[in-house]
Design a protein around this ligand. Structure first.
Ligand code: PLP
Length: 493
């Protein structure tokens, strides 16, 4: 069987500080041919910095090689799959990048007058319209910079909606299968959290929900598909139950690549939702880069959207409308992460309706293909059908002393980034796998072969797995020490 890795041959590398030798330069400037300025006199002595001591001094070629070598240590989506569940790490088509780099878009500045910004405003408007259609919602804001930020925006709107009626209410219901950011968001917005238990199918128990609702409940925050990768089959009934008590339904649609083109949250009763443009709508993410948590609302929440809003004036030109008395106010400087917005629109328009739906179908097919292949070896967490990800538990392997975290480490030896380990928390010892629609069958087959092979290793030689990884450049690290006492700064020895 082909394995993707062998013992690593990437080169060892010193820190730039260690390579430094005094007087080396990475640049050459011509002799000064104008009178020298007395910096301290011109700027004021307190504004002039002394020479920085201990700053690395290296040549150009050393600098270039240093960073090029470090870059070969990275694992990235352009190198192989990221099977992380609840994360949608998919390949990002290069056409999106080409479009985002068009000069007029890359150099647009938020302080440009509106008359010179009509094109970029049109892009925002067209994307808002496309997302309204995909979500089945009446209005969309692109301001929030991340999924969790979108949740916060949405729940603040729910709060303002109830305050406008004279009672903000106190409680937000959160199922135990929700993403961890959901209860965090509700708490940040000043709500008490009431937990709803899942049933044996991994879905919200409608009876438990009904029993938890009273007139202090402002909203239910539901992740759908939920974090066990299961579609909430009773979602229409769940929304109806919430509405009958005057509550709102917030849907976390971060990973909407299980629904796009097939089901629309607005159609099954959701009042407010977000989706991560940097997951479902294919802009690069990870490493803390820019994102966008687009939030969609039904018309009754529209007055509360973050200001400003786009408006077309009598002459047919776009302008920003700041006169929004019920708005929760801006949630970000300017109008959102524009580069992400451009990439998402490029992705949507390049695919078109049929293409988007096909992407969804492929995401479901890939996850279910993995589920079927691995089911004989690993315990599936819930019998309900999987959507875009599948969740196993390590119960069979744990009986032999090997846990999900060990299996993930061993996967590195086969050349794969680990899946999501020990999440969601309602599954003991979870292995959460999301291949996404962009993985070719060949890559998925190698991934499944690796996990099957590891399950056999656990039978024959569990030590091999318990001590993994063996082929990576760094062996198994002490994770507790790394978290508790991280060494993140070089100090001169
Ligand atoms: C990723 C994710 C979030 C959080 O999104 P961020 O952009 O990381 O803030 C929220 N909910 C779900 C279901 C997610 O998968």
């Amino acid at each position: 069987m082909i394995r993707k890795t062998r013992s690593n041959i990437s080169q060892n590398e010193q820190l730039l500080f260690e390579m430094s030798s005094p007087g080396k330069r990475g640049y050459q400037l011509p002799e000064l041919d104008v009178p020298a300025v007395d910096a301290a006199g011109a700027l004021g002595g307190e504004n002039v910095r002394d020479e920085v001591t201990d700053f690395p001094e290296v040549s150009e070629v050393e600098t270039i090689r240093h960073f090029s070598r470090l870059s070969t240590w990275n694992y990235g989506i352009d190198l192989g799959m990221f099977p992380l569940g609840s994360c949608t790490m998919k390949y990002n088509p290069r056409i999106n990048e080409a479009v985002a780099r068009i000069d007029g878009l890359a150099w647009a500045h938020p302080y440009q007058p509106e008359s010179l910004s009509q094109g970029v405003m049109e892009i925002v408007a067209v994307l808002e319209g496309a997302l309204c259609e995909i979500f089945g919602m009446d209005a969309v804001t692109l301001q929030p910079a991340a999924g969790a930020h979108g949740e916060f925006t949405g729940i603040m709107m729910v709060r303002s909606y109830f305050e406008a009626q004279g009672n903000a209410r106190k409680v937000v219901l959160v199922p135990d299968s929700a993403h961890g950011t959901n209860p965090a968001t509700a708490a940040m917005a000043g709500y008490q959290i009431r937990n709803i238990q899942s049933n044996s199918q991994g879905m919200v128990d409608v009876g438990a929900l009904e029993a938890s609702i009273d007139d202090s409940v402002a909203a239910l925050m539901i992740t759908n598909p939920n974090t066990v990768g299961v579609f909430e089959e009773n979602i229409a009934q769940i929304c109806a139950v919430m509405h009958s008590k005057g509550g709102q339904v917030y849907m976390d649609g971060a990973n909407m690549n299980a629904l796009v083109g097939i089901a629309r949250p607005g159609d099954f009763g959701v009042d407010v939702m977000h989706s991560n443009l940097h997951k479902t709508f294919s802009t690069p993410h990870g490493g803390g880069g820019p994102g966008a948590g687009a939030v969609g609302v039904r018309s009754h929440l529209e007055p509360f959207l973050p200001a400003p809003r786009l408006r077309k004036n009598a002459e047919g030109a776009w302008s920003w409308d700041y006169d929004r008395p019920q708005s929760i106010g801006p949630v970000k400087a300017f109008y959102g992460n524009f580069g992400v917005i451009v990439r998402a629109l490029a992705y949507i328009l390049a695919h078109g309706g049929v293409g988007l739906k096909n992407a969804t179908v492929d995401a479901l097919l890939n996850a279910n293909y993995i589920r079927k292949i691995l089911e004989p070896y690993y315990e599936i967490a819930y019998p309900a059908p999987s959507m875009h990800e599948c969740v196993f538990s390590d119960s069979r392997q744990a009986a032999k002393g090997v846990k999900t975290g060990d299996i993930a480490k061993r996967l590195i030896d086969y050349g794969f980034h680990p899946y999501t380990v020990s999440f969601p928390m309602i599954v003991h010892g979870a292995l959460m796998i999301e291949p996404t629609e962009t993985e070719p069958k060949h890559e998925i087959d190698l991934f499944c072969d690796a996990l099957i092979s590891i399950s056999q290793e656990i039978d024959e030689n569990p030590e091999l797995v318990l001590k993994a990884p063996h082929l990576s450049r760094t062996p198994r690290v002490d994770e507790v020490l790394a978290a508790r006492k991280p060494v993140v700064r070089w100090k001169k020895p």
